[in-house]
Design a protein around this ligand. Structure first.
Ligand code: CA
Length: 227
């Protein structure tokens, strides 16, 4: 199966050069100039190449969000023009697996991506999440309940995947908006309630005595650890 690289780089010349080399190495490349667009395209990705300086969100903030999302296990190579040791430490602290300073050779980048994939192949559980009868395939972006496929919208899937990746942990509506919809989302907390209601309907979950998606009064929602 082809390996998919998510490339987030706003500088067109760098993006196209990297894309060219990665494609020549046999990878499928999804390239984006914006952090927000890239966030929407995470399902099915195997490795991420992320620029530090992006117009809509700093790469490092995007990376911190990634590490708290359903896609937290994805290996990330950061690109940056900043070479000081301080920045390097900050990037690694935020959860980067490797780091390349501009200007770099695209051939070296392809080699680093290969090395990252080799390292992560051993410890990454390939995109599967299971909670009770619920099963999510993060690579394919599909979900099933009691072995029956669920037909979810993109947002429903992302919300369910996020909660299922952190079972037992309570999230406020605002936290869910930030983590699932993104910090740029304009809309109220009611959006979260609507999506939870829809998801409960998909799971046949009783809203007053929910087995999976529990309302924690005065706080928010959580996925029960042992439904
Ligand atoms: Ca940039």
């Amino acid at each position: 199966m082809a390996v998919t690289v998510l490339l987030v780089e706003d500088e067109t010349s760098v993006r196209e050069a990297v894309r060219f080399h990665l494609e020549r190495s046999g990878y499928v490349v999804r390239a984006f100039a914006s952090a927000l667009e890239a966030w929407q395209a995470l399902a099915g990705v195997d490795v991420i190449v992320l620029d530090w300086m992006l117009p809509d969100e700093p790469g490092i903030a995007w990376l911190r969000r990634l590490r708290e999302s359903a896609f937290s296990a994805l290996p990330v190579l950061m690109l940056t023009a900043r070479a000081s040791e301080m920045d390097r430490v900050e990037g690694l602290d935020a959860g980067a697996d490797d780091y390349l300073t501009k200007p770099f050779s695209a051939a070296e980048l392809a080699a680093r991506v290969r090395a990252l994939l080799r390292r992560s192949a051993g410890d990454r559980v390939r995109g599967a999440l299971r909670v009770g009868l619920l099963e999510l395939n993060l690579d394919a972006g599909t979900a099933s309940f009691a072995a029956k496929e669920l037909h979810l919208t993109r947002r429903e899937f992302d919300l369910l995947a996020f909660l299922a990746a952190h079972p037992g942990r309570v999230y406020t509506r605002q936290e869910l908006l930030d983590k699932v919809w993104g910090v740029d989302f304009i809309g109220g907390e009611r959006t979260v309630d609507q999506h939870i209601t829809q998801l409960r309907a998909h799971l046949g979950d009783d809203p007053t005595d929910s087995v999976y998606l529990e309302t924690v009064r005065g706080k928010g929602y959580r996925m029960r650890a042992e439904p």
